[in-house]
Design a protein around this ligand. Structure first.
Ligand SMILES: Cc1ncc(COP(=O)(O)O)c(C=O)c1O
Length: 381
């Protein structure tokens, strides 16, 4: 079946009780048992809930995975995956992941003896030197947030597997419509469903998709033991969101390309970060492993003052954290999403004080462009 058919039908069986075409919100904490030890497959809602189960089947299918688990946030999903490693294990972490992922490693997992090294995963051959006998996992994000560095997933997966390590990919920026990491040998895919999968800026959630049965059993055990589950209402929202994922991502991708080209030509913009531009250093890899380039575009305004002027003057784009919603959002990574990354590391990665990130929405693209144009004009000569 094609992607859109899967998105609309996987997990979305008519409700067995009423025939409701839309999976109901099973707002219940527990389930009546027929007699001791006899139930309909549901006992307590932290462990299992039919709305969440429907979503888990749906996104797992979209990621070409056998198993899926929905969590209360993207960070809860990432934390659950990192429960596959123990104190004394070593992880190679992409040097430009979401700031919260870096914070989880540097401030929390390090307290439990998990070792990690930051590496530029976009340079796959150079990764070899980071592997140690205790390396159990490589964690990548591609494209990265916010400078859009692309990692060759196939190359990293084959290198990691040759050292007996698993590869985890944060696929939040692309969504399974634009990129299916499992097809390139990635073992585990994580998402912040808060972004494109839900797509309407009205739910916080996370997801883990994978094929290995033993690891899936452990992730399910962690989900139930720790309890950072996605609520029935949020499961319903995300399930509704994925039905239109293909059409939304096509629109984000179309608008993203137009906005990136507009910014490239703009005299007030010093640099544009977008994998769809032929000038992007990994444009060829992105063209090979992605169906499109998406709606995330970052650009360099040259100074904090210019960035602030742009952010203060936009009228259509909303200043705010997050991304992947139907509405265009604009942000300042250095002080917002990446504030927890040390300044020196930020500067090395290009996350300067003048960098502005746009999550290009699916409004009429002419309106997005004229908004950015008038905000850039306000930066003066
Ligand atoms: C790429 C990426 N991964 C993970 C997260 C964390 O997700 P959440 O905010 O749903 O916990 C984010 C949040 O912005 C993100 O951008």
């Amino acid at each position: 079946m094609g992607f859109s058919t899967t998105a609309i039908h996987a997990g979305n069986e008519p409700d067995p009780t009423t025939g409701a075409v839309s999976v109901p919100i099973y707002q219940t904490s527990t389930y009546a048992q027929e007699s001791l030890g006899k139930n309909k497959g549901y006992e307590y809602a932290r462990t299992k809930n039919p709305t969440r189960t429907a979503l888990e089947k749906n996104i797992a299918a979209l990621e070409n995975a056998k198993f899926g688990f929905a969590f209360a946030s993207g960070m809860a999903a990432i934390d659950a995956v990192l429960k596959l490693v123990k104190g004394g294990d070593h992880v190679i972490l992409g040097d430009n992941t979401y700031g919260g992922t870096y914070r989880l490693f540097s401030r929390i997992l390090s307290n439990y003896g998990v070792e990690f090294d930051l590496a530029d995963t976009s340079d796959a051959p150079s990764l070899e030197k980071y592997f140690k006998p205790n390396t159990k996992m490589v964690f990548v994000e591609t494209p990265t947030n916010p400078v859009m560095t692309v990692t060759d997933l196939k190359a990293v997966a084959s290198l990691a597997h040759s050292f007996g390590a698993k590869v985890v990919c944060d696929n939040t920026f692309m969504s399974p419509y634009l990129q299916q990491p499992i097809n390139f040998g990635v073992d585990i895919v994580v998402h912040s469903t808060t972004k494109y999968l839900n797509g309407h800026s009205d739910s916080v959630g996370g997801f883990v998709a994978l094929n290995d049965e033993k690891d899936a059993e452990w992730i399910g055990f962690v989900q139930n033991s720790i309890g950072a589950i996605l609520s029935p209402f949020d499961s319903f929202l995300v399930l509704r969101g994925t039905k239109t994922l293909a059409v939304r991502m096509e629109a984000h991708d179309r608008n993203g390309r137009v906005v990136a080209n507009f910014l490239t030509e703009h005299p007030k913009v010093q640099k544009v970060y977008y994998p769809g531009l032929v000038s992007h250093p990994q444009h060829e890899v992105a063209s090979r492993q992605q169906r499109g380039f998406g709606g995330m575009v970052s650009f360099e305004t040259g100074s904090l003052k210019n960035a602030k002027t742009v952010l203060d003057n936009v009228k259509l784009c909303t200043l705010g954290e997050s991304l992947g919603g139907v509405e265009s959002l604009i942000s300042h990574p250095a002080s917002m999403t990446h504030a927890s990354v040390p300044e020196e590391t930020r500067n090395k990665l290009g996350i300067t004080d003048g960098l502005v990130r746009v999550s290009v929405g699916i409004e009429d693209v002419e309106d997005i462009i004229s908004d950015l144009d008038q905000a850039l004009a306000a930066t003066g000569a």
